[in-house]
Design a protein around this ligand. Structure first.
Ligand SMILES: *Cc1c(COP(=O)(O)O)cnc(C)c1O
Length: 305
């Protein structure tokens, strides 16, 4: 990786608290294979190529950043892609799925019950029967090779006291915990309501990855705003204000909640003076259009540029 793209944030609250806040702009790594998804796909694509697989198959919700990124990566690196989408088809397609099909991704829908069993051998062998051999990337892209990519994402970073990142499956945080030194304090902000499972999940992933568990991370479960992809006016107001103050656009599902949480902790003197904090912008900005579509008439729109 070339020199990390790190930007310092200047807002009055930080001056007052004497805490320095920096953002790792992984959202700017690639226009379509954004943020952590680029790193999670990197070694999976290499493995697919090594195995001679020309088709990638993966799973996700209708607004999934992972579906979007996999479709774009398939097009850019010469793989066929198949997206198995949770729930029913809606016409017209939303902006995420429109983009995915424009990249050449074939979409199939699985009802919510079957979707829960999507990685059972019975379901997978049906899919193989239908589509032929494929390289399977799990939902959200999390597996050991994804952890390896996220380890690489943070390997060459300068030293910070605290690193913050949003968590869905925990795959990204597992890589960060593996890649950063023991003395860094890593905070994983759960984007899901019941994020208590994440600690064990991450321990399992780093054990699989390099046979170690790490004590440099903890999971914060106070900033999910009611659950996955839920939001309220306070969150959207914060995101829009953050954009005005810093020029940095956040997404409502992950990075908005993480930065709301981090700045709230700073306000509450959770960190000592002179602490340096690095927030990882894991991307996901493609989701703003879909979010505004879904919440039209109800909430403030998220401003995206
Ligand atoms: C997918 C995603 C995450 C969550 O990553 P996990 O590895 O599943 O924890 C965080 N932020 C953004 C923007 C994402 O798209």
């Amino acid at each position: 990786m070339s020199v990390a793209n790190i930007q310092e944030v200047h807002i009055p609250m930080l001056e007052e608290k004497k805490v320095r806040l920096f953002i790792l702009r992984e959202d700017q790594r690639h226009t379509c294979i954004s943020g952590n998804k680029w790193w999670k796909l990197k070694y999976n694509l290499a493995a697919a190529r090594r195995q001679g697989c020309q088709t990638l198959l993966t799973f996700g919700g209708a607004y999934s950043n992972h579906i979007y990124a996999t479709a774009a990566a398939g097009k850019e690196f010469g793989f066929q892609t198949i997206g198995i989408i949770r729930g029913e088809a809606h016409v017209p397609l939303n902006s995420t799925l429109t983009f995915a099909t424009q990249q050449g991704m074939r979409l199939r829908y699985l009802d919510r019950t079957s979707y829960q069993h999507k990685e059972d051998e019975a379901v997978l062998s049906k899919l193989r029967h239908k589509f032929g051999e494929f390289y399977l990337i799990p939902e959200g892209g999390t597996n050991t090779l994804a952890v390896q990519g996220c380890d690489e994402m943070v390997k060459e970073l300068p030293d910070f006291d605290v690193v913050g990142c949003s968590c869905g499956t925990g795959g990204t945080l597992a890589g960060i915990a593996a890649g950063l030194p023991d003395h860094t304090s890593i905070l994983g902000f759960s984007a899901l309501k019941n994020g208590e499972f994440l600690k064990e999940e991450i321990n399992g992933l780093t054990r699989q990855y390099h046979n170690q568990i790490h004590t440099n991370f903890s999971i914060i479960t106070d900033y999910h705003f009611g659950g996955y992809a839920k939001a309220n006016a306070a969150l959207i107001h914060f995101m829009n204000e953050f954009r005005t103050q810093t020029g940095i656009v956040l997404d409502p599902v992950y990075t908005g909640k993480m930065l709301y949480g981090l700045t709230d902790l700073i306000k509450k003197d959770f960190f000592e003076e002179n602490t340096s904090v690095l927030a990882i912008h894991t991307g996901g900005l493609q989701g703003i259009a879909g979010f505004n579509e879904r919440h039209k008439n109800k909430k403030l729109p998220i401003l995206a540029n």
